[in-house]
Design a protein around this ligand. Sequence first.
Ligand SMILES: *Cc1c(COP(=O)(O)O)cnc(C)c1O
Length: 233
Amino acid sequence: MSAILSNLQVVRLAIKNAAIVAQRDPASVHLLAVSKTFPESAIRAAYAAGQRAFGENYLQESLLKIAALKDLAIEWHFIGPIQSNKTRDIAENFAWVHGVERLKIAERLSAQRPHNLPPLNICLQVNVSGEASKSGVTPSEVESLAHALIKLPGIKLRGLMAIPAPCDDPRLQQQPFAHLAAIFRGLNSQSLALDTLSMGMSHDFPAAIAAGATLVRIGTAIFGDRPPAALAG
Ligand SMILES: *Cc1c(COP(=O)(O)O)cnc(C)c1O
C-alpha cells in the first residue's frame, strides 16, 4: 500500500474520531488535502485513494499542476497569500479561495470570475492570534467586510478561515479556534448563512474539529514533510 493511501486512511480515521468525541457528525468535517510543493504523482495517488479537494499555496506551481491534472475531477482550493496582480489566474482556475482579507481582492476576484463558471467560493481570513499573526482581518473588522462581500456577484461567501500561531498544547490550541467559531456563529445570527469554518492543520486539526471546524486543511500528515521553503515556487 502506498504511503499516501495509508496516511490518508489514518487522517480520515482521526477526523472521524475527533468528530465523534465532539459529538458531531463525521460527515460534517471535510478534508482538504494540501498538496503544495508535492508533485503531480502525489496528487494522483491521493486521488486514486478517493480524495477530490486539493489545496495549493503557490500560484505558478499550482497552475502547472492544474493543467497537468485536467483529466481528473479535482476541486482546487487556493489557500496562499493573494497579490492583487494574481487574482485573474486564481478566479479562472480555482473553485475556492481561503484567505481573502481585503475588499479590493474580493472585488477583483468577483469581476474576473468567468461567467461560465459558478461563483468562486470564498472564506474570509480572520486573525485570531493577535500580534502573533499578521495575516487576516481583525475580529472587529469581519462583520463589515462580510456584509460587503455578499454583494459581489462573482463570488459566494462561504465562511471564515484562520491560521492560528503554532502551539503544541491541545488545550491552548482550542482557544483561537473557539474564537473563530464564535465569530462565525455571530455572523450566522445576522442571517449570513455561512456553512464553512476552515481551520485546523496537521498538528492541530483535532482541536479545530472539537471547536467546530467543517473543513480541515492537511498537508504533512498526508504527503509527508515538505522540502525547505526555498524550493517552493
Ligand atoms: C501549508 C498549509 C496547510 C497545511 O499544513 P500542514 O501542517 O502541512 O498540514 C494548511 N493551511 C494553509 C493555509 C497552509 O499554508
